[in-house]
Design a protein around this ligand. Structure first.
Ligand code: ZN
Ligand code: ZN
Length: 104
């Protein structure tokens, strides 16, 4: 299943929306609408070294003094957690965050 974490549009596998790349050279690896990411990277953004492929819902939000908002994604399949810089157009108020864990 093609998923290219590059400067190309892609379809979100969670909400099905078409995601446009960021314009300022920032690397976008998650959906700005539902904030889902996908587990394709192993060590760093864009290396695509992971064979997992699980969806990664945002499970937390952190604020970094220099970088701004940091989204914490956790893989549904293997449990790996990754911190990602939030994009300017991410809908952080979507209720996905707010400390609720969703299903139990
Ligand atoms: Zn989405
Ligand atoms: Zn995974």
């Amino acid at each position: 299943m093609p998923f290219l974490p590059r400067q190309e549009p892609f379809l979100c596998e969670h909400c099905g929306r078409s995601i446009e790349p960021l314009e300022h050279g920032s690397y976008r690896n998650h959906c700005p609408f539902c904030l889902y990411s996908k587990h394709v990277d192993d060590r760093g953004p864009g290396d695509r070294a992971s064979g997992c492929g699980g969806l990664m819902p945002a499970v937390g939000l952190d604020q970094d003094g220099k970088k701004g908002w940091i989204l914490i994604h956790r893989c549904e399949r293997c449990g790996k957690e990754v911190r990602n810089k939030a994009a300017p157009d991410d809908e952080l108020q979507n209720g996905v965050i707010d400390g609720e864990n969703g299903k139990s």
